[in-house]
Design a protein around this ligand. Structure first.
Ligand SMILES: *Cc1c(COP(=O)(O)O)cnc(C)c1O
Length: 396
């Protein structure tokens, strides 16, 4: 039990030792999130090499898309070169255009904001809530009431004159944002909802997999994600027409023909190679087991932090089942100043712990973008630390 009285100062060495005690004892270095290949990876990749199907066509791409759609419960999954390109395509698919504004959390990985700029649009940064670490729907609604006007059924920023076309909530470390609340704001203001589900494969909101709320969503299979294809991503959609368009856009918009090079729009080479999809197929087969292992690790960490006054393990919101992609702790506000001390102590023990991303509007290229008050994101960024979270840390 935690007692009310807190010490003046955290004992960072003792905390690192307690973390260390639940991690494998036979390892020199513990990374933040390492891939785990315990299934058919070798066999499937070998099959690509043996048959020569290593590039952008092959059975594993189709199979991976099928299995991914099945797992996430969407009608169509379109495999892509990475999660950032998937976000770029999502924004195009819902009609984000040059000089539009797109609402993006200030607390996210850089790709969310960059994808907006690839479309010639402007990111507009919004605050997070402590409950989910993602966009605060209530605060967003109030903010939009003050700064927007709806004309011709479209939402405009009164102050910049730009159309606000979309919002891209991100499921931080795999913890779903309050999707229903955000979807309600989107309906009220006629704003497209695009989930940045890069981190949330295997995470559910009210029993339904993330990526099912807007017309399109993006996932990532980067080397540090729950499931990896080496590098890769996907667009998820329940709109078959948009699914076809996504495939077309990501394959150079080539019109199918036996020999002619006909292209009917400016497309991209954003395909996922077959060899990466082969890895992905093997990884997806293990996903249920990975998710179980990650929850097991959560329980172990929970036991540690139940006994540390002033540090809390972040636990999934009530409406969610999270994949716990990255485990996170929050220092009590009065200990925020010791964040770097704790990071230094862990690095000294070769345990990789990390602070959260720098807030988007503090980065040089985004300093002049529009933003709301982001005091909660600022608070979170001062006192959140990610812990080693690989699936192989809980007893493989
Ligand atoms: C990983 C990630 C991406 C991008 O994925 P890549 O596959 O690395 O391009 C996008 N958004 C978030 C929040 C991510 O964590």
């Amino acid at each position: 039990m935690k007692i009310e009285q807190r010490p003046d100062k955290l004992d960072v060495t003792a905390i690192v030792n307690k973390i260390k005690a639940v991690l494998p004892q036979d390892r020199q270095n513990i990374g933040l999130h390492e891939p785990y290949f315990g299934g058919q990876e070798w066999q499937y990749v070998k099959e690509c090499l043996d048959t020569g199907w290593v590039s952008s066509v092959g059975k594993f791409v189709d199979l991976f898309e099928e299995k991914l759609a099945e797992f996430t419960g969407v009608k169509k999954a379109i495999a892509m070169s990475n999660g950032t390109s998937a976000l770029h395509i999502c924004l195009q698919l819902v009609g984000v255009q040059q000089n539009d504004e797109v609402l993006v959390p200030a607390l996210t990985f850089i790709a969310t904001a960059n994808a907006v700029v690839y479309c010639g649009a402007v990111p507009h940064f919004v605050d997070s809530e402590l409950k989910t670490l993602g966009i605060d729907a209530g605060k967003l609604k109030e903010y939009l009431a003050g700064i927007t006007e709806v004309r011709n059924n479209e939402c405009y920023n009164k102050y910049t004159g730009r159309r606000i076309k979309a919002v891209v909530p991100m499921h931080t470390f795999g913890h779903p944002v309050d999707l229903e609340a955000i979807a309600a704001v989107c309906r009220e203001y006629n704003i497209e909802l695009i989930e940045d589900a890069a981190e949330s494969l295997g995470s559910y909101y009210n029993g339904k997999h993330t990526g099912n709320w807007g017309r399109v969503a993006a996932v990532s299979f980067n080397g540090n994600k729950v499931v990896t294809t080496g590098g890769g991503g996907a667009v998820l959609t329940n709109d078959e027409e948009l699914g076809r368009l996504a495939k077309h856009l990501t394959t150079q918009a080539k019109v199918p023909h036996k020999w002619e090079f006909q292209h009917d729009m400016v497309g991209y080479n954003y395909r996922m190679p077959n060899i990466n999809a082969a890895l992905g197929c093997a990884q997806l087969e293990q996903l249920p087991e990975f998710l179980q292992k990650k929850r097991q690790l959560t329980r172990r960490y929970q036991e540690v932090f139940d006994q540390i006054n002033g540090v809390d393990l972040f636990i999934e919101p009530k409406f969610a089942t999270s994949n716990y992609w990255l485990q996170a702790i929050l220092l009590a506000p009065e200990y925020a100043w010791q964040r770097d001390e704790l990071l230094a102590a862990s690095h000294e023990q070769h345990i990789l712990m990390r602070p959260v991303w720098n807030l988007m509007y503090t980065l040089p290229m985004y300093q002049t973008c529009p933003k709301m008050d982001c005091s909660v994101a600022e608070d979170i960024s001062r006192r959140l630390i990610n812990l080693p979270s690989s699936v192989n840390l809980s007893g493989y």
